[in-house]
Write a new protein. Structure first.
Length: 499
């Protein structure tokens, strides 16, 4: 059986706690790997290594950092398939989705390669007689990232490339459900020339997380995961005087107006709801159909959903893979089996789906629930699986009010041909990321990613300008220098005394 250990100080460090976590192949249900689960003492050791590395990395030149990052970007590009294969083996998503994940992570590495322009300061001269004021940004020290199972390569790359480019050192605690991609990311960074101890990977469960949140040498914590855990991360780390960005859960709505291209809207709903088996915080999980279009839209979604091929992620014919664990599969299924009793019309029920030859895998088919009420479990909760709910409203105003009443505010989309309606929507909707005829409005790397309300805890979004600001802190320097003509007697700087 494969064993995954920690990566600390530029080398593999065997787990010493005696605790191990199982890693399964979601397509077969078989345990293929065991991962070391760190003790608080092991976390402390990793932080100590990162702190020692910061003494030199924090004062390294920008050209040194960017040179390493350019080499790192080239290595990641060369190892796209290797990373994608690890993601498929442990997460279950199809290979094309895994490659897409790596590509989106690479965007942030590319952003980090240009950190020289992001870290430029400002200067104002002669704000008073012989007084200049400058603003600069400096690194924080040791920072930590706690990342989710659904994007085991992309989300870490949303964090550590910018953090180390800004001069920090990093301790990554990836999900213990699919840990191998994180180690490969760290190994390639070392191969690119990143000094030992600048990037460290510590595997673990809640013990490791709590140790990071309490550690006095951790200056900041980045987190992506569910809302309850994001709230806990924010509360605990803030109480320990750390800077925190904690991205939580979502219930992303797609508002479809009567003038929309329904074929385009149906295509978008299927890809956005069921892609990556719905295990993504930017999935469209609720369609709001306005006016009389509901029946036709639901029919078009159903027709497309029924054609999706479900199978192992390493099969090129597969368009959707299994869920990460059996327990998660059963939880997702429970929302579908209980939907009718709460008033929904079950258009598609995927709970009985199996794949021949892989009967023990964590399989579930695509489910579509129509005429769902806002007080039902399937609407209120973030299901995090291939379940799409459809709600009906008579007017745009009712639709926007429904969306804004949700406690989540991660992403949202509108489908319409009317520019005025789209403009109103983008200004009136209470969400951090908005798509206009774009179902999953994940920003490119040089814009920042983050939601509103219970989808974000902390003041900064992730990556982009917000990411640079999160991993640095501002300092303002006010200086006054005497004129050289006023040099003390006996000191001749070559300036006339009557200057």
């Amino acid at each position: 059986m494969k064993t995954v250990h920690h990566w600390i100080g530029g080398k593999t460090v065997e787990g010493a706690s005696g605790n191990w976590g199982p890693v399964t192949d979601p397509a077969t249900g078989a345990v293929t790997t065991q991962v070391a689960l760190a003790s608080a003492e092991e976390v402390d050791a990793a932080v100590a290594v990162a702190k020692a590395a910061y003494a030199t990395w924090g004062t390294s030149s920008l050209s040194q950092r960017t040179g390493i990052l350019f080499r790192y970007r080239a290595l990641l590009d060369a190892h796209r398939d290797d990373l994608a294969a690890l993601i498929t083996a442990e997460h279950g998503k199809v290979h094309s989705d895994a490659l897409g994940e790596v590509a989106r992570g690479l965007e942030i590495v590319e952003l980090a390669c240009g950190i020289t322009t992001q870290l430029k300061g400002e200067l104002s001269t002669q704000v008073s007689s012989r007084v200049d004021v400058s603003s600069i940004r400096q690194s924080l020290g040791v920072v930590a990232g706690i990342t989710p199972f659904n994007f085991p390569a992309m989300v870490p790359m949303w964090m550590f490339p910018l953090a180390v480019a800004c001069g920090n050192t990093f301790v990554l605690k990836p999900s213990e459900k699919d840990p191998s991609a994180a180690n490969l990311l760290a190994e390639l960074a070392s191969e690119a020339g990143l000094p030992d101890g600048v990037l460290n990977v510590v595997h673990g469960d809640r013990v490791a997380v709590e140790a990071l949140l309490a550690h006095p040498d951790i200056a900041a914590v980045s987190f992506v995961g569910s809302t309850p855990i994001a709230r806990h991360i924010h509360t605990t780390a803030s109480a320990n005087h750390k800077r925190v960005q904690a991205l939580g859960g979502a219930k992303n709505h797609m508002l479809v107006l009567p003038d929309a291209d329904l074929d385009a809207a149906a295509d978008a709903a299927v890809s956005a709801a069921y892609g990556s088996a719905g295990e993504r915080c930017m999935a469209i999980s609720a369609v709001v159909a306005v006016g009389a279009i509901g029946d036709e839209l639901v029919d078009k979604i159903r027709e497309r959903a029924e054609k999706i091929v479900i199978g192992p992620g390493n099969d090129p014919a597969s368009e959707m893979g299994p869920l990460i664990t059996k327990a998660h599969r059963d939880k997702v299924a429970s929302y579908v089996t209980g939907a009718a009793a709460q008033g929904a019309e079950v258009v598609l029920d995927g709970t009985g789906h199996t794949v021949e030859g892989f009967e023990d895998g964590h399989w579930i088919g695509l489910s579509l629930l129509d005429k769902v009420s806002t007080d039902s479990d399937a609407y209120r909760d973030e299901i995090f699986g291939p379940v799409l709910v459809v709600l009906r409203t008579e007017t745009y105003e009712e639709g926007i009010a429904l969306i804004n009443a949700s406690p989540f505010g991660n992403g949202t989309a509108i489908f319409t041909r009317d520019g005025g309606a789209a403009r109103r929507f983008q200004l009136e909707v209470e969400a951090g990321m908005v798509g206009v005829n774009v179902p999953i409005p994940v920003p490119v790397g040089y814009h920042s990613f983050g939601g509103w309300k219970d989808s974000l805890f902390g003041d900064h979004h992730i990556y982009g300008n917000d990411g640079v600001h999160f991993y640095t802190r501002g300092k303002v320097v006010t200086t006054r220098w005497p004129d050289p003509s006023e040099a003390p007697d006996g000191v001749d700087l070559g300036f006339p005394r009557n200057h």
